[in-house]
Design a protein around this ligand. Structure first.
Ligand SMILES: [Fe+2]
Length: 135
């Protein structure tokens, strides 16, 4: 059983975005598995860095379309992205400095955030993206 399972329910109806969301789901599963297998902190840090970098790439993709299609709720959505990245970066600097450990709580927080964000905020732009020709 995967830590987080992709389901069609999570689709926003746009191939490129779904693909990125699936990749994020996969990266989170990878981190969870590495943690469970007791991988070294060097490996865990690499996986975390990749996850953060890819999260940023993904947010940039969504935000590019928000601007391109003049999405009415872009400010709120971008704010959500920004506050998530801030939280993540704060955690990572604490983790790398040895102030906190990598916990199941954090992984559950990431899973909850990703799921709620896709099912709530991301679904709201879906029809606009499709109307503008994204498939
Ligand atoms: Fe988003």
């Amino acid at each position: 059983m995967k830590f987080i399972e992709w389901s069609n329910q999570m689709s926003v109806g746009v191939f490129e975005i779904d693909l990125q969301h699936k990749k994020l789901v996969g990266m989170l599963n990878h981190l969870f598995e590495a943690m469970q297998e007791g991988k070294s902190s060097r490996i865990l840090k690499t996986i975390i860095d990749e996850l953060v970098e890819y999260t940023k790439v993904h947010f940039e993709t969504e935000e590019k379309y928000f601007h391109q299609f003049s999405y009415a709720e872009k400010e709120e959505h971008i704010e959500e992205h920004k506050s998530f990245v801030d939280t993540l970066e704060k955690f990572i600097s604490d983790y790398k400095a040895g102030r906190i450990g990598l916990s199941a709580d954090l992984l559950r927080f990431l899973r909850k955030w990703l799921f709620a964000h896709i099912m709530g905020s991301d679904k709201k732009y879906s029809s606009l993206f499709i109307q503008n020709g994204l498939i």
